[in-house]
Ligand binder design. Structure first.
Ligand code: ATP
Ligand code: LTN
Length: 327
């Protein structure tokens, strides 16, 4: 049975991109393997964030996890910062990844582009080391992530090769798994950019009221022409809406394009908006119920214990391998 691990960092309001690319898939893994799903709160500190906002976002993600159908009996749902083994493994692994490799990471380049060197935290640069530690701690086989995170998983694989070559078969080789449809939902205002919670223009937020959701989709940027066809290069705005519709309907983009063949843009957008509302509304209601009941607290506590049991084992194995005393 494979071990499957993933996480979301509580940096902002979750978007439809997060839902399609990550949240909505997690429950499917529960029957396929041993599942660890966490809130990457330490990663959220890699860019400036208000403490109150971080707390609220962390609670929100816990509630969204549960609302998405994750079952705490089957999966360990926990906060990264509550399992201190993440930080301990990070302290070891930072010596086995190199400056040159970290400097090449697209996420680092993008996030630090507009920042002065003096303002770039070390944590932002070393982000992939902590992410690799998250993955390795649970001896994960599969890491479901959106397209943008594959590079970090690839780097983790390089680390495993390097580490095991030196110390023997200590770490399990993970692989990134990315859904075919919906791996990369683009911004509604600029379809050349990823829909991202830290870049709120063109987002649909999971907490948006339904009238706003409809409005945002109706005013999404479309392309020249007036008929719906699947042409990601010539019509990226339409392709993005087709992708959203397809992912939420569990069909391929090509099938979605067939459904809307001959539609005018306006009617097409209306249909996409209704599909998004059909999925988001019950999900949002469930989120509100869970938040109100505070059941996430008990879930996070028991998740932490379950996670720690596995994490401790790996950490001890690694400590022994590198020569740290463990009696
Ligand atoms: P940030 O803007 O802070 O980098 P983000 O919105 O990209 O955040 P993450 O916390 O990095 O969100 O991602 C959580 C999960 O959601 C990851 O698996 C990521 O790949 C996925 N994801 C994020 N944005 C999208 C998107 N636009 N389309 C598909 N999947 C996405
Ligand atoms: N970097 C990821 C969040 C994340 C993660 C992980 C995902 C942190 N650690 C380990 C998978 C496995 C992101 O931005 N989505």
């Amino acid at each position: 049975m494979p071990t499957i691990l993933s996480g979301i960092k509580p940096t902002g309001q979750l978007t439809l991109g997060n839902y399609i690319g990550a949240l909505s898939r997690f429950k499917e893994y529960q029957d396929e393997g041993e599942v660890y799903i966490f809130i990457a709160d330490l990663h959220a500190l890699t860019l400036p964030i208000e403490s109150k906002v971080l707390k609220e976002n962390s609670i929100d993600i816990a509630c969204f996890y549960l609302a998405s159908g994750l079952d705490p009996e089957k999966s360990a749902i926990f906060l990264q910062s509550h399992v201190s083994e993440h930080a301990e493994l990070n302290a070891i692994m930072q010596n086995y990844l190199y400056m040159g490799e970290l400097r090449r990471m697209t996420q680092f380049k993008e996030k630090s582009l507009s920042m002065k060197d003096e303002a770039i935290g070390l944590g932002l640069f070393a982000y992939p080391v902590l992410m690799a530690s998250d993955i390795l701690l649970y001896q994960s086989d599969e890491v479901p992530v959106g397209e943008d995170q594959r590079q970090h998983v690839e780097l983790t694989r390089d680390l495993v090769t390097r580490f095991n070559h030196r110390y023997g078969e200590i770490l399990r080789m993970p692989k990134a798994v990315t859904p075919k449809t919906g791996a990369r939902i683009m911004s509604l205002s600029d379809p050349s950019k990823k829909m991202s919670k830290s870049d709120p223009e063109g987002d649909i937020f999971l907490k948006d009221p339904m009238n706003i959701v409809r409005k945002k989709i109706m005013s999404a940027v479309t392309d020249c022409g007036s008929e719906v066809t699947l042409d990601p290069i010539g019509k990226p705005g339409i392709a993005n809406l087709l992708n959203i519709y397809a992912a939420l309907s569990h069909i391929s983009q090509e099938e979605a394009a067939k459904v809307f063949g001959g539609y005018r843009y306006g009617d097409f957008k209306k249909a996409v908006a209704e599909k998004v509302v059909e999925v988001l509304e019950p999900f949002q209601n469930e989120y509100l119920r869970i938040k109100e009941s505070k059941e996430y607290i008990g879930v996070l506590k028991s998740g932490e214990e379950k996670a720690r049991r596995k994490a401790r084992k790996t950490l001890t194995k690694v400590q022994k391998a590198v020569g740290l005393l463990t009696f």
